[in-house]
Design a protein. Structure first.
Length: 96
């Protein structure tokens, strides 16, 4: 059984030099999820790479939070399509 690991939001922000407000806005837009325990906010360690990607897009390219949401949805669709294509390729190999 996989054990989930959570990181305290304020510790992550301090370590990664990301403002708390940025992470909170990501949560407000539904781009990441928080886990609340004993009045502290935690993020799943699986979300760290997603936060870093969105931080770079926001700071380096000036993409607003609505744009980040659109990009996340498009990447989700793209990953789904890639999985479907892989499945179709495997099925076609059966007929070759």
């Amino acid at each position: 059984m996989a054990r989930e690991k959570y990181i305290l939001v304020r510790h992550y922000c301090k370590h990664a030099q990301v403002e708390d407000a940025f992470v909170n806005r990501l949560h407000e837009y539904g781009l990441i999820a928080f886990e609340e325990k004993e009045n502290d906010l935690f993020i799943d360690e699986k979300d760290i790479s997603e936060i870093e990607r969105m931080f770079r897009l926001h700071n380096d390219l000036g993409i607003n939070f609505e744009g980040l949401d659109a990009i996340k949805q498009m990447l989700k669709r793209l990953n789904k399509i890639e999985k479907e294509m892989s499945l179709y390729k495997k099925r076609l190999k059966l007929y070759e």
